[in-house]
Ligand binder design. Structure first.
Ligand code: FES
Length: 143
């Protein structure tokens, strides 16, 4: 076996991710492997870092499609450098800032809702956040 490659068991052990999760990542196009003549998967060592990025992005709540898109920007003709990885995470910062702002607004609206309990479609920002139809008056706007 190429010393720059890992078996699924090795990758699972070193990354702390179950083999089933690795297969899922592969089905989702987040990581790739080659098959040996015996049809066994082999992962490049660089996959360890990809798996780490996937796990971190999941903890940050970044959608899988965005993770796939970001990983797709990494070079395929060479091992990604630390600069490549830094660029990738910088691209997510804006998304995180947006989500933090959104959560801060939800938190602020929560103060109004505590002890209220009306869950009004018209006025409760938590029950009906971002209600664009509210500006069109009361009652059903769409059927
Ligand atoms: S529950 Fe009444 S305003 Fe949200």
């Amino acid at each position: 076996m190429d010393s720059n490659e890992l078996t699924p068991g090795e990758l699972a052990h070193r990354s702390g991710v179950a083999i089933s999760a690795l297969h899922f990542y592969e089905r989702e196009g987040l990581i790739t492997s080659r098959r040996t003549s015996g049809n066994q998967r082999r992962y490049s060592r660089e996959t360890l870092r990809r798996v780490a990025v996937i796990r971190i992005s999941q903890r940050l709540g970044i959608p899988l499609a965005k993770v796939r898109q970001a990983l797709g920007t990494l070079p395929t003709d060479r091992v990604p450098t630390s600069r490549d990885w830094a660029r990738l995470s910088a691209g997510w910062r804006h998304d995180l800032d947006d989500r933090i702002l959104h959560l801060q607004r939800l938190r602020d609206n929560l103060t109004d809702c505590i002890g209220c309990g009306c869950l009004s479609l018209r006025s409760c920002a938590l029950f009906n956040p971002g209600d664009v139809l509210a500006n069109q008056g009361p009652g059903a706007v769409r059927l």
